[in-house]
Design a protein around this ligand. Structure first.
Ligand code: ATP
Ligand code: MG
Length: 440
């Protein structure tokens, strides 16, 4: 991509309305634009990050055996009356009417609709287990939308729903999702710690929130430092095997948000030097809810014994758009964003320090073509901006690698390569750049 033809409205100054660093940087780096309170347009570079995150989420959901589908954002109120939630939901739900005076709502979540789809098509244990998911926009008229995409009103969520014959089956589905979540967050370059969460009226131990530790998070969290260094489950965990030991390793060390924190237990179980007390951002939550929706909505399956029973369900949310902000909260410095490689909008920023100089232009265009042909996403700064401004901008937008081409080093056939995260620079021959980047 040539920067001269791109839409990247970066800002030098901090926008006054943004209180926390990720919101400031998302506006300054030209990722989003606010259209109404808690409602954002995703500009081209912001969308690239969102898509990278979605892609990782999909790969891990698919690996765990879940099936992707897509439900509409608008739903009939009638469906929500079946579960009793239409009246219970309150002012967070955006309600509307169509020209025939039919009551609709913009979905804040999709348990009712997915249960309706399930009951229409699945009736036998032979078709179970089944997990369906989608990546779709949600609307919640939050009381305090703030911090940019971290607490928006319209936001992108991955929502998954599992269906099983009984609680034991549902527990396995839950475990598969637990592992998929550990893997997807690790792949995004962040540490998201599973913390036991309130399960509501159903009780049991089957709800966890996944939190990214950050001072700016909305929840106070308490956990054992050991959790920060636990290894991520390996590729070969296909979810069919026994996941008990793995889940045990992740759920035994103490970890709790303030809602469920038990101070006495924390002090008893975790030695002083391992006690972490900070704040966190909830980027996902998984939940077993049993027959809460299946019962009133009559989603029933026939078991091997020929008996019909309500199907056992769980739901699994990931805040896809919130993750963009959460990743920035976890990965930035005083110069700007530091994108983890896997979610960076472009992998390489190529800077031409002397646009108009035939040698520099040719060298850059040749290198650009080579890198693109090798499969790299490259943003080529071919604008007439001063060198200082180009460096600042490139640091602000946080691409993992910068390749700087200037007339002086180019005389010796050399260019500079800089790793954004460490600031480490190296001079290398221009024809060595491709191999160098391909080898990391
Ligand atoms: P919160 O406690 O932050 O309000 P929640 O528990 O109500 O979130 P869930 O119903 O669990 O949210 O939704 C699944 C995921 O969607 C959350 O883990 C979070 O990452 C994301 N999410 C929820 N509300 C918002 C929002 N207003 N803006 C952005 N992302 C959100
Ligand atoms: Mg939640």
């Amino acid at each position: 991509m040539h920067l001269s033809r791109y839409l990247l409205p970066t800002l030098r100054e901090n926008p006054a309305e943004a209180q926390i660093v990720s919101h400031r940087l998302m506006l300054r780096a030209g990722l989003i634009q606010q259209e109404a309170t808690g409602i954002y347009a995703w500009l081209p570079m912001g969308l690239r990050v969102l898509r990278k995150i979605e892609h990782i989420v999909r790969e891990e959901m698919d690996r765990a055996g879940a099936l992707e589908m897509l439900m509409p954002t608008l739903q009939l109120a009638e469906l929500w009356r079946e579960s009793g939630r239409y009246d219970a939901y309150g002012p967070e739900m955006l309600r509307l009417r169509d020209r025939h005076e039919r009551e609709l709502l913009y979905g804040p979540t999709n348990e009712e609709m997915v249960t309706d789809i399930f009951r229409t098509h699945v009736h036998s244990y032979r078709d179970l287990p089944m997990t369906l998911y989608q990546v779709q926009w949600k609307f919640r008229d939050e009381q305090r939308p703030r911090f940019g995409v971290l607490r928006g009103r319209e936001f992108l969520m991955k929502d998954g729903y599992s269906f099983d014959l009984d609680e034991a089956g549902a527990r396995r589905a839950y475990q598969r999702m637990f592992v998929a979540y550990l893997r997807m967050f690790a792949r995004m370059g962040i540490t998201a710690i599973p913390m036991r969460a309130e399960t509501g009226p159903i009780g049991g131990d089957l709800s966890h929130e996944f939190l990214v530790l950050a001072e700016t998070g909305e929840s106070a969290v308490y956990c054992d430092r050991d959790l920060l260094t636990l290894p991520t489950p390996k590729d070969d965990v296909d979810g069919n095997g026994d996941l008990d030991a793995l889940i045990q390793a992740w759920t035994t060390p103490y970890a709790a948000t303030e809602d469920v924190h038990d101070a006495a237990r924390f002090e008893r179980e975790v030695p002083g030097e391992r006690r972490v007390h900070t704040r966190g951002i909830e980027v996902g939550q998984i939940f077993y809810f049993g027959i809460k929706y299946a019962e009133p909505m009559k989603a029933r399956v026939t078991g091997e014994d020929g008996v019909e029973r309500p199907v056992h369900g769980g739901c699994y949310g990931v805040g896809v758009s919130r993750l963009v902000g959460a990743i920035i909260e976890a990965s930035h410095d005083e110069h700007g964003i530091v994108w983890p490689d896997a979610v960076a909008p472009f992998e390489i920023g190529l800077i031409n320090l002397q646009v108009g100089d035939a040698t520099c232009d040719t060298a850059c265009e040749t290198l650009y073509a080579q890198l693109v042909a090798a499969g790299f996403d490259v943003l080529y700064d071919d604008t007439g901006e001063r060198a200082g401004g180009k460096f600042k901008n490139m640091d602000l937008i946080g691409l993992p690698w910068q390749v700087v081409v200037g007339p002086r080093s180019l005389k010796d056939g050399q260019v500079e390569l800089k790793r954004r995260a460490t600031g480490v620079r190296e001079l290398l021959p221009i024809d060595a750049v491709l191999n160098r980047l391909a080898s990391v």
